[in-house]
Design a protein around this ligand. Structure first.
Ligand SMILES: C[S@@+](CC[C@H](N)C(=O)[O-])C[C@H]1O[C@@H](n2cnc3c(N)ncnc32)[C@H](O)[C@@H]1O
Length: 213
């Protein structure tokens, strides 16, 4: 299911901040080298949305779950101030080797730390107090609920958690598999969570914004 009609999609891409050369090259290399997996990469408009949200929240401490070849991490890191920090969680050395090269090219490697491990382990190892300003979740869908469980107590009041693929190609209306069921159940849980204010946007595959009260 197209969440947004293709013609409208083209129009909004043409009227949003364009990707720069680094992001265009990263997208091109990812599609050339990892054709089967490249669809996991976020897109230009979603990337610009992340940068803007990080800037608008004034975030300094950020975490990302699901880094892949680095597109979203560059967009988040670019929104941070010079002394900001982004902790990236992934399980793949191969995918993130590409990310590391592009972090250098984008000039953001000094503000990014990468931990290769199941993300729930990395999140559980973080300080328990509410110090995070911004979180982006874009990894295995059945894992999302556990990531939310670890992130929300660590978000400061006013902090923002952004979750990708929250419409799961429209399958949330009638989930067909474990991924669809996990996303649909999480949407129910998020909107019922008194700790959060939630808006689910029809950007790409569905982007949820969850602000900690
Ligand atoms: C959809 S991709 C992320 C795309 C990325 N945000 C971007 O902008 O290109 C999902 C990533 O999650 C990682 N992943 C899958 N299961 C994971 C887990 N249990 N812990 C950490 N990372 C995981 C995969 O290796 C993959 O790189």
């Amino acid at each position: 299911m197209d969440i947004v009609a293709p013609a409208i999609n083209d129009y909004l891409l043409a009227h949003s901040e364009p990707a720069d050369e680094v992001l265009r090259d990263l997208a091109e290399e990812t599609h050339r080298e990892l054709a089967g997996a490249a669809g996991m990469q976020i897109t230009q408009d979603e990337g610009e949305l992340l940068t803007m949200l990080v800037r608008l929240t004034g975030a300094r401490q950020a975490v990302e779950v699901g880094t892949f070849t680095g597109y979203s991490s560059i967009c988040i890191a670019r929104g941070l101030p010079d002394d900001g920090q982004l902790l990236c969680c992934d399980v793949s050395e191969d995918y993130t080797a590409i990310a590391r090269r592009y972090w250098e090219r984008a000039g953001v490697s000094d503000r990014i730390e990468l931990r290769i491990a199941p993300a729930v382990e990395t999140l559980r190892s973080l300080p328990a107090e509410p110090y995070l300003d911004f979180a982006f979740v874009d990894a295995d869908k059945p894992g999302y609920a556990s990531y939310v469980e670890e992130i929300v107590p660590r978000l400061r009041p006013g902090g923002l958690m952004v979750l990708d693929n929250m419409l799961w190609s429209g399958e949330v209306l009638d989930p067909q598999d474990d991924n669809g069921r996990a996303v649909a159940a999480l949407n129910e849980a998020l909107v019922a969570d008194d700790r959060l204010e939630v808006v689910l946007l029809p950007v790409r595959d569905g982007v949820s914004l969850a602000r900690k009260r």
